[in-house]
Design a protein around this ligand. Sequence first.
Ligand code: HEC
Ligand code: HEC
Length: 314
Amino acid sequence: MRGMRAILACCAAIGLITVAATVIWGRGVSASHSPAARTPDVATEQYGYRLIAQTTEILGPDVADPKMRFTDSRLACASCHIGAGVEPGNLSLATAMNRYPRISPRSAGNETIQDRINGCMMRSMNGRALADNSAEMIAMVAYLRFLADQDAAMGASQRKAHDPAALKTPNRAANFENGRRVFEKRCAACHGQDGAGLAASTNLTLGYVFPPLWGPYSFNDGAGLHRILTAARFIKTKMPLGRADLDDDDAFDVAAYINSKPRPEMTGLDRDYPDRTRKPVDTGYAPYADSFPLEQHRFGPFPPIEAYYKNLKK
Ligand code: HEC
Ligand code: HEC
């Protein structure tokens, strides 16, 4: 697997600098005041790395301690942020830390790195928010800070993304029949004919070898990957894992195919993007500041909607 070398390199790097002390992050809250106080020394970068790489094993629906069941999905953060965010290119977390705080179009408010992580917790992971002062949040933020510091220390030449060219949006609606064909030929061997993924063992606390693409244990309909252009970009650049070679049309159609399947639903999505003119065109839920049908927002064609908003801004 492609991400593996990066993960190992990263682990080694973390090991080298082994931060023995508990990381005390930003707001002056020490881990010993957090809900996970029974493990006061855990809020380290290494714990942050494990939380992102093996999320299901620590925060998933099957963990022994009910208080630690923060996600209903059986995904890891690293199911999407490949190589625990170390791998360059699409959905890399290497420089995420530097982009926050910022104003979020989705909430129209100030968004901290903690808010952004919780966005993925509640949507991509179909779970609940972690408290800012929990050992888990402090550790994940410490890990992201570590990645950004590593990136800054690296030369710009090494920082280049290895991804293929950006996706060019096809000017047509998605073709589900082609999407199904691509899925069966290129995806089902790992993710399963039914998209349910493959657990590492019948003991589900050990997580998944291949994560679920739809169904009750996948991301919910408020997640970024539920937008088919976002999903198509990810799929084009990262899937099939280790051999990403789909063209724009196949990536677009298979993204639509997996997102036409049932998955958990999030409530309150109508409150997203208070300024509707800033809502991404492929957001698959109403309301919109235009009169294109919901179906077109979900599955295209997108260029006419993009043109409409471009005109509006003029
Ligand atoms: C189902 C896929 C998926 C999973 C699982 C997932 N994320 Fe994300 N994440 C995304 C997408 C999509 C984005 C948005 C990227 C964009 O804005 O273009 C994102 C964005 C982020 C960002 C902001 C990156 C930036 O540079 O602004 C952070 C931080 C983040 N995720 C952390 C996490 C953490 C921590 C977890 C686990 C608790 C997680 N994500 C799980 C898909 C996922
Ligand atoms: C060789 C096995 C393999 C193949 C083939 C493969 N994937 Fe994946 N996929 C993975 C693994 C493994 C991950 C999680 C990333 C990791 O663990 O590094 C993943 C993650 C994903 C994710 C994000 C997490 C989730 O569950 O939603 C999506 C979406 C995805 N794959 C879609 C596809 C699509 C579409 C195809 C076919 C074009 C495909 N994959 C083919 C192994 C594979």
